[in-house]
Design a protein around this ligand. Structure first.
Ligand code: ATP
Length: 199
């Protein structure tokens, strides 16, 4: 039997992790998170971090050798060319790690949380796409609060991604995370029930 691979994506801070946590706890689905691999890609001592330090100088590193994410954020969320360069280093690494995770997984259904599923051209890794969405003002507010960002910093991060409207057009299932947690969970339950009928 072919594996069912759910690609969970959506805009930044729309609620992907919240959905993934619910799928893990309620449906016991294994979750593979592209963000974890993206962090691994730039771990101290990695070839990618070395390339970044060579290009942007040692000031892109913290004293302990870790990547200075605040500095990197300033570069990539304001300069699209630089963002493309960094993503060109990190996305192939993340893609390889996700492929390995899929191959090593023995379960029939698994979830890949990939914030940049469309932007990084990774849709071929999954068998269905779920897009988590919310109102633009909710997205901005959640991002500002969670990451302690100013309005313009948060907006720059949102604007660096494909728009939610475009992402929703490419989804098999859309989760509108515009209400409370229970309302979100009900939508997830409905998708799980409906999709089981289709499988
Ligand atoms: P990222 O793109 O940065 O990985 P994400 O899409 O995984 O983010 P979450 O971390 O799940 O998003 O949610 C973003 C923030 O919004 C969190 O602080 C979370 O607690 C909050 N949040 C999620 N869903 C709701 C909701 N329905 N009502 C209020 N706050 C919510």
């Amino acid at each position: 039997m072919n594996k069912r691979i759910i690609g969970l994506t959506g805009g930044i801070a729309t609620g992907k992790t919240t959905v993934a946590d619910y799928l893990a706890h309620t449906y016991h689905l294994p979750i593979f998170d592209a963000d974890i691999y993206a962090r691994e890609a730039v771990a101290p001592g990695s070839a990618i971090l070395q390339a970044i330090a060579t290009k942007y100088g040692e000031q892109i590193l913290l004293d302990d050798g870790n990547l200075n994410r605040v500095k990197l954020g300033e570069i990539i969320f304001n300069q699209p060319t630089e963002r493309s360069y960094i993503e060109g280093l990190i996305h192939p690494y993340v893609g390889d790690r996700l492929v390995t995770a899929i191959h090593h997984s023995s379960v029939n259904t698994l979830v890949l949380v990939v914030p940049l599923l469309f932007e990084a051209h990774m849709t071929n890794l999954v068998t269905e796409i779920w897009v988590v969405s919310c109102h633009p003002e909710q997205q901005l507010q959640r991002l500002m609060v969670r990451n302690h960002l100013t309005k313009s910093q948060a907006q720059a991060r949102i604007d660096s991604q494909m728009s939610l409207t475009e992402k929703k057009k490419l989804a098999n299932f859309i989760l509108e995370n515009t209400g409370n947690f229970d309302e979100l969970c009900q939508q997830i339950d409905r998708i799980m029930q409906d999709s089981e009928k289709l499988l």
